[in-house]
Design a protein around this ligand. Structure first.
Ligand code: ADP
Ligand code: MG
Length: 257
């Protein structure tokens, strides 16, 4: 790591879809061990910027840096290998695989790569977890409150539980950076409160840097040490939550004042 550099940053990133400038010279930095929030109205460019950081969208201009190293041209797979994990707004789980096996599989995907798919599709079931795998996975199951459902298949899990599993799958890869795409979307107030508590704890305990894209502005304000606000592709404000909350441009553009 380069001292003093943010864990993950984007510099002057521009993304065009045909004639539309979806992201316009955006700058954002996620310091080590903190949660940074990204908010903005629908269509502001949040998901597009998220795609740029995770490697699924190529910017027309600008750079993405991981601990100061330029990773703009690298693939999503190579970013995952270098410790950037993401969750999806719509959970993408294997219906018949148990909660526990999802986590074992995610752990193996990071730690032994090629053998995982052979395991799943030719043998039809996962090989028994090793002692290290069991310890890692059981700790996650405990931390995420998944103990009661650990042997249940993913199909039919309540949304809040599925979201926790999705988060667990990202954490099983021991990420340095966690990109969270609307982790509270569709959750009821109880599930949202639980997600908030878990996010705060895992980021703190594991020294992870997280970027939180969320429509729930209050949740973002409570969790983040810095908040960025996008509007029509432009970053119109950034700073500590209280400062951003009181920014006149933000109030006008986003909070409907
Ligand atoms: P947000 O996530 O903040 O709601 P998006 O990043 O999804 O915003 O979209 C930003 C703008 O880019 C919107 O106007 C959207 O319609 C447009 N857009 C997003 N993805 C594409 C795409 N693949 N092709 C064309 N336009 C897109
Ligand atoms: Mg979006």
């Amino acid at each position: 790591a380069v001292r003093g550099r943010p864990r993950l940053e984007c510099v002057d990133v521009t993304v065009r879809f045909g004639g539309l400038v979806a992201v316009d010279k955006a700058n954002l930095a996620v310091p080590a061990g903190t949660i940074v929030g990204l908010v903005g109205p629908n269509g502001a460019g949040k998901s597009t910027l998220f795609g740029v950081l995770s490697g699924l969208i190529r910017p027309a201009n600008g750079k993405v840096l991981l601990e100061g190293e330029d990773i703009t041209g690298t693939t999503a797979q190579s970013r995952a290998a270098s410790g950037i994990a993401r969750t999806f707004q719509h959970t993408e789980l294997f219906d018949s695989l148990t909660v526990r096996d999802h986590l074992v599989l995610a752990y193996r995907a990071k730690h032994e790569k090629s053998r995982v798919w052979t395991d799943l599709f030719t043998i039809g079931s996962l090989r028994p977890a090793s002692k290290t795998e069991r310890e890692t996975v059981d700790e996650l199951i405990e931390q995420l409150g998944l103990v009661p459902v650990r042997n249940r298949p993913a199909l039919g899990l309540p949304l809040g539980t599925a979201r926790m599993l999705e988060l667990g799958r990202a954490l099983a890869t021991s990420p340095r950076v966690l990109l969270l795409d609307e982790p509270s979307s569709g959750l009821d107030p109880n599930e949202t409160a639980q997600m908030e508590e878990v996010l705060r704890r895992v980021v703190d305990e594991r020294g992870i840097s997280a970027l939180l894209v969320e429509h729930d502005v209050e949740l973002v304000m409570r969790l983040s040490s810095a908040v960025y606000v996008l509007e029509f592709g432009k970053m119109i404000a950034s700073g500590p939550p209280e400062q951003v909350r009181n920014d006149p441009a933000v109030r006008a553009a986003y909070l409907g004042e």
